[in-house]
Design a protein around this ligand. Structure first.
Ligand SMILES: [Zn+2]
Length: 370
């Protein structure tokens, strides 16, 4: 399978357009046309992960954290990053990263964390409200079905688990072709009335151009009448953090112990709270401090995330248990989910590509507990 097709599989799930603007995602090293037979998935690239890839004869490493984030001014093999890049290049190992796009998608990093903690009835903590558009197109009745299908085939009309969602309304369109027009119906210079169908469909912003092109291809008019509206409807598929419920109420102590065991960590940092009954839990894999207020406003009894500063602990409302479980510890589970996802998707495409989760991905932060 070529690298570009693997990229397509991942970005159908985690579109690059939902990533932070300043993020650096996608192919970091290698050609999109290179052939991939063996893939190693890791949270990030370290010399140990590169050696593991060489041992496994991998030709692609997929990471969550980008290898290249800040611009490099030079590549000197005597520096740690330069050495990693040189080794990857000389072993013809490509690198692809899905970072904040994997954070902000359904079943991404925070959903992996919610699954490990055992949350039910999960949904985004903060849904993205800027990803969808509404396309409205006016079609003569006999072409309504083919136009709707063409748009649906390019990704319009997906609402949650339903596809080909559209709304159709009959009406009368009027037009008067000019002398230079090439009318499908009617005569040049004559006002015409035609029974038309108004078709409305939702479309993610990044699929809009493809949907318009496909719609125009099957639409019979030489000048197609269509409108695109911005929507502020919350997205079902893209957002930040996750909120859900524990299967049963836990005391503060029980929940802390539960998190420690499930996340396989030595240490949890947390605030002191008055509430001793934990049922509704918000999570955000990695640095989720910006979601503390949203977690509280959403009624979370506890919020599990990482990289929380001293002042965020002291400012946190005393009704909510705030837990810093570590960046690595709250993100590492996405590796397994990404491996499972890629195995399933590549098998569906009859590819015999081999995919491994890294055994050498290690937390760069060590704890000294005497
Ligand atoms: Zn991270």
């Amino acid at each position: 399978m070529i690298l570009r097709n693997i990229q397509r599989i991942i970005e159908n799930w985690a579109p690059k357009e939902i990533a932070w603007e300043r993020d650096n995602i996608g192919i970091q090293i290698g050609s999109p046309n290179s052939n991939v037979h063996i893939v190693l998935v890791a949270l990030e690239i370290t010399p140990e992960v590169v050696n593991e890839a060489i041992r496994k004869k991998a030709d692609l490493i997929i990471t969550h954290h980008p290898l290249l984030y800040n611009p490099l001014k030079s590549i000197n093999p005597d520096t740690p990053i330069g050495s990693v890049i040189s080794t990857l290049l000389s072993n013809q190992i490509a690198v692809y990263s899905a970072h904040t796009n994997l954070d902000f998608t359904r079943n991404g990093v925070s959903f992996a964390l919610a699954k490990i903690i055992g949350l039910d009835e999960t949904d985004f903590l903060l849904k993205n409200q800027q990803v969808n558009k509404k396309i409205v197109v006016f079609v003569p009745s006999d072409h309504a079905k083919s136009v709707m299908e063409a748009m649906a085939n390019k990704g319009a009309g997906i609402i949650g688990e339903y596809n080909s969602c559209s709304f159709k309304m009959n009406g009368t369109g009027t037009f008067q072709p000019s002398a230079k027009a090439n009318p499908y119906i009617g005569k040049k210079g004559q006002l015409e009335s035609v029974e038309e169908v108004r078709i409305e469909m939702n479309v993610p912003q990044w699929r809009l151009n493809d949907v318009i092109a496909a719609m125009k291809k099957v639409h019979p008019y030489d000048e197609v009448a269509f409108d695109v509206y911005p929507l502020s409807t919350p997205s079902n598929d893209h957002g930040a953090g996750v909120i859900g419920n524990l299967p049963k109420i836990m005391s503060k102590h029980e929940f802390l112990k539960h998190c420690k065991n499930k996340l396989r960590t030595q240490l949890l940092k947390h605030n002191n709270i008055q509430n001793n009954s934990i049922k509704r839990v918000a999570v955000c894999g990695g640095s989720g401090s910006d979601l503390i207020d949203m977690a509280y406003q959403s009624g979370a009894d506890a919020f599990v995330t990482a990289d929380i500063s001293y002042h965020r602990f002291s400012d946190c409302p005393p009704e909510m248990l705030l837990i810093d479980a570590g960046h690595f510890e709250t993100e590492k589970f996405i590796v397994r989910d990404l491996v499972d996802f890629l195995k399933k998707e590549t098998k569906n495409k009859n590819s015999n590509i081999k995919i491994f989760g890294s055994l050498k991905s290690k937390n760069p932060i060590h704890y000294y507990i005497s």
